[in-house]
Design a protein around this ligand. Structure first.
Ligand SMILES: *[C@@H]1O[C@H](CO)[C@@H](O)[C@H](O)[C@H]1NC(C)=O
Ligand SMILES: *[C@@H]1O[C@H](CO)[C@@H](O)[C@H](O)[C@H]1NC(C)=O
Ligand SMILES: *[C@@H]1O[C@H](CO)[C@@H](O)[C@H](O)[C@H]1NC(C)=O
Ligand SMILES: *[C@@H]1O[C@H](CO)[C@@H](O)[C@H](O)[C@H]1NC(C)=O
Ligand SMILES: *[C@@H]1O[C@H](CO)[C@@H](O)[C@H](O)[C@H]1NC(C)=O
Length: 363
């Protein structure tokens, strides 16, 4: 991409079909150039390519009042605007990407996206949105990436998301979500990445993940989950990366990971797990099997009670120890005899194949 300069677009004489557009761009753009155009610090930068114009507005630029009709990429960031003009996107029907992060946006008009049915990416990171208007996405069938990270959402209503047919990546992290409506995601047939991290979720509806989904990556870290039930993850057999760290998980159901044949990464660190039920690990991370946990797992910073109830985990750990993260920070909290020992050391001493299961742990 090259910086737009007024000379490039003028045909040598005759009626220039782009003339009015060129004049318009002259008014819009900051184009510091050898031709001596006076840079306007309050204007946005425009770059042109065969595909259309990319417009970038950063401080000290102001929100543009008009945009080139061929704009395909628009970034208006760090401007601290709480509202955008209602007709902000009027006339840019080819817009594919819209980046509005780090403003103070408090609300969006319900017709905000109507002029841009081809929009594929919408980034609203770090604004002050507490809700979205119902029907905001009614023409957004092409939108595949929606980022609402670090806003003020406390809940989510299914009606806000109606119309999204191609959604592949939904980022709701860093909000204040306490609950999510059941079946919320059931219409998203292409969803591959769902980020619900760093919210205030205490429980999840058992059918939250129901539907013909293709989820590969699920972020639930930094919430207040206390239990992981059987069945929540089961509708998502393609799940590869699962983040559950920094919750208050004290219970994981024996069948919680059942059916997750692709699981390559599991983070359960910094929870309240003292034990896990027998059978939990049978479905994940078997060496040599297709589902091999190849990107690693982390069960550190849990108050493990290292007694015979963990025999199942010990065996699994020994078989998968090369994929273990933070093994030094994975300690036994109890019983006294092994308090402070690493879980792996205890597992190794108990799971020696020749020694038999009854071998005591060295104190
Ligand atoms: C223009 O669009 C085509 C097809 O989407 C893409 O391959 C190409 O990289 C784009 N060119 C520029 C300069 O953005
Ligand atoms: C936006 O707000 C932040 C924090 O209050 C401030 O540091 C920054 O200078 C502001 N930017 C503009 C363009 O006003
Ligand atoms: C799924 O889509 C149908 C048809 O558009 C709609 O009636 C229903 O409310 C949607 N469900 C959810 C949970 O969004
Ligand atoms: C552990 O998680 C809690 C939230 O449950 C968080 O406040 C804390 O900072 C985390 N600790 C570490 C060491 O990451
Ligand atoms: C973890 O333990 C190993 C072996 O005891 C040691 O070599 C390594 O330095 C330790 N790592 C950390 C981060 O403490």
């Amino acid at each position: 991409m090259s910086s737009w300069s007024p000379e490039q677009n003028q045909s040598p004489g005759g009626l220039d079909p782009h003339l009015s557009r060129t004049l318009f761009l002259l008014l819009l753009i900051v184009a510091p150039s050898a031709q001596g155009v006076i840079p306007n610090p309050e204007a946005c930068q425009v770059f042109q390519s065969d595909n259309g114009s990319s417009v970038n507005c950063y401080p000290p630029a102001k929100v543009p009042l008009q945009l080139p009709a061929d704009t395909i990429f628009l970034s208006v960031e760090f401007l601290n605007v709480t509202q955008l003009p209602p007709d902000f996107l009027q006339g840019v029907s080819n817009l594919q990407e819209l980046h509005l992060s780090s403003n103070g946006l408090e609300s969006l008009a319900d017709k905000f996206l109507l002029p841009v049915p081809q929009l594929k990416v919408l980034d609203l990171t770090r604004n002050a949105l507490s809700r979205l208007p119902a029907g905001l996405f009614q023409v957004s069938a092409a939108l595949h990436t929606l980022v609402l990270k670090e806003n003020q959402l406390q809940g989510l209503e299914a009606s806000w998301l109606l119309g999204l047919k191609a959604l592949g990546h939904l980022d709701l992290s860093g909000n204040r979500l306490r609950t999510l409506p059941p079946g919320l995601l059931s219409n998203f047939t292409d969803l591959r990445i769902l980020d619900l991290g760093n919210n205030q979720l205490e429980t999840l509806s058992p059918d939250l993940l129901r539907g013909p989904l293709k989820l590969e990556r699920l972020h639930l870290e930094g919430n207040r989950l206390r239990a992981l039930e059987k069945g929540l993850l089961a509708p998502q057999p393609n799940l590869r990366h699962l983040f559950l760290s920094d919750n208050q998980l004290a219970a994981v159901a024996a069948g919680a990971f059942q059916g997750l044949k692709q699981l390559d990464m599991l983070d359960l660190s910094n929870n309240s797990l003292t034990s896990v039920p027998k059978g939990l690990w049978a479905s994940v991370g078997r060496p040599g099997a297709a589902w091999d946990m190849k990107d690693g797992f982390d069960i550190s910073r849990n108050p493990w009670v290292c007694d015979q109830n963990l025999d199942d985990l010990y065996q699994w750990l020994v078989a998968n120890k090369d994929k273990m993260f933070s093994s030094n920070a994975t300690h036994c909290a109890e019983p006294m005899a092994v308090k402070g020992h690493t879980l792996l050391a205890v597992a190794m001493s108990r799971a020696k194949p020749e020694a038999g299961a009854e071998t005591g742990v060295a104190a």
